[in-house]
Design a binder for this molecule. Structure first.
Ligand code: DON
Length: 349
């Protein structure tokens, strides 16, 4: 899991005035932020990213996920924070180029693929859209609702959405899943094979979920095939910066701001964001909506991506997780930025 991700130190308050006049985008161009007057300025965006990083970089609460053995070996001090605007400008601090396992932050983007192929209603009918109020890997959630209805962001619903991807065989299913995630990032995202092996060998709980779904006719491909492709999807490598671009694609109405490619029909974006708001933080989704007020998705790899519809995405990564499986530094950083810039979707801007 070790890679050569670089650490970009916080610019520091005295440099902000000089350097924050430019925003560096992926093509390396520097552009002035004057196009959208409703957006916070370049200076403000770089300031909040730097501050969020500086404020929480010494927070030691939580611990790495260890139920997937290899995740316990990721250096716990890594921390990256990024804002990507809907037109692709990037503001970053910390370890934003370190590649980590995408895990559950992949789920809304694969749900987008299923929505594109079959419409948002298919997700509602064949998986469900109710928050379970239960942990991400709950089997109980499948038993308590009559229709075996969950949502596409918990493990049960995510395994089901992988099984819904239209494909003639397992290889095609996986290729489509990987290509779709890469299209959201605007760059090829690799499979981290070590993560896949580590996770697949220990996936007994997810295997039970897949079998239960199959038993209730709520899985739409063979259980073990669905399991393999789901586990590969979670083992895709991503950087904080790429995760930010993925979120910015949703902020931009489903069009990747770097490639200009439409990845989701515009009318499906609000439905996907609604599911992220109500279920993206699992059994902490209420608390998250209350504090940050933003649709978001977390992953046990330590990543979180939040979307400010029509404006920007905020992504952060740090491996130590709280009890609900959400990165402590990342959630604090995003919460701080949302608060500083009044980004809550309930603020009535
Ligand atoms: O299925 C699992 O347990 C992992 N591949 C993903 C779980 C996850 O990321 C939960 N999110 N916070």
């Amino acid at each position: 899991m070790v890679n050569d991700g670089k650490r970009l130190h916080s610019l520091g308050a005295m440099f902000v005035g000089v350097f924050a006049m430019v925003a560096i985008n992926l093509t390396g161009c520097a552009t002035a932020d004057a196009r959208d007057t409703s957006m916070p300025s370049v200076v403000e965006l770089q300031r909040v990213v730097d501050e969020a990083h500086a404020k929480f970089k010494d927070l030691k609460d939580g611990k790495n996920a260890d139920y997937i053995p290899i995740l316990a070996t990721v250096p716990s001090e890594l921390f990256g924070v990024v804002i990507v605007t809907k037109d692709g400008r990037i503001y970053e601090a910390g370890d934003t180029d370190y590649m980590f396992a995408i895990e559950s932050t992949s789920k809304p983007f694969n749900a987008a693929l299923v929505m594109k192929e079959q419409g948002a209603q298919a997700i509602k009918d064949k998986i469900g859209v109710e928050p379970t109020g239960l942990p991400f890997n709950s089997k109980l959630a499948l038993e308590i609702y009559d229709a075996r209805s969950v949502n596409p962001l918990v493990n049960a619903g995510a395994i089901a959405q992988v099984s819904m991807v239209q494909a003639d065989n397992e290889d095609e299913r996986w290729q489509k899943v990987q290509q779709n995630l890469s299209a959201f990032a605007g760059e090829d995202l690799p499979l981290m094979d070590e993560v896949y092996q580590s996770e697949y060998k220990t996936s007994w709980s997810n295997r039970a979920i897949a079998n239960l779904l199959y038993n209730y006719e709520r899985l739409y491909a063979e259980p073990e095939e669905s399991m393999r492709v789901y586990t590969k999807m979670c083992s895709v490598g991503v950087t904080t910066k790429q995760l930010g671009v993925m979120g910015a694609t949703l902020a931009n109405g489903g069009v990747n701001p770097l490639t200009g490619k439409r990845l989701l029909p515009e009318e499906d974006v609000p439905e996907l964001l609604a599911i992220m708001l109500t279920a993206g933080f699992y059994d902490e989704s209420g608390e998250w909506s209350f504090s940050a007020g933003l649709p978001a998705k977390t992953g046990v790899g330590g990543g979180i991506v939040a979307v400010v519809p029509g404006e920007m995405a905020i992504a952060a990564f740090s491996p130590r997780l709280n009890e609900a499986g959400n990165s402590v530094r990342a959630l604090n950083a995003i919460n701080y930025i949302s608060d500083e810039l009044n980004l809550s979707i309930f603020d009535g801007r």
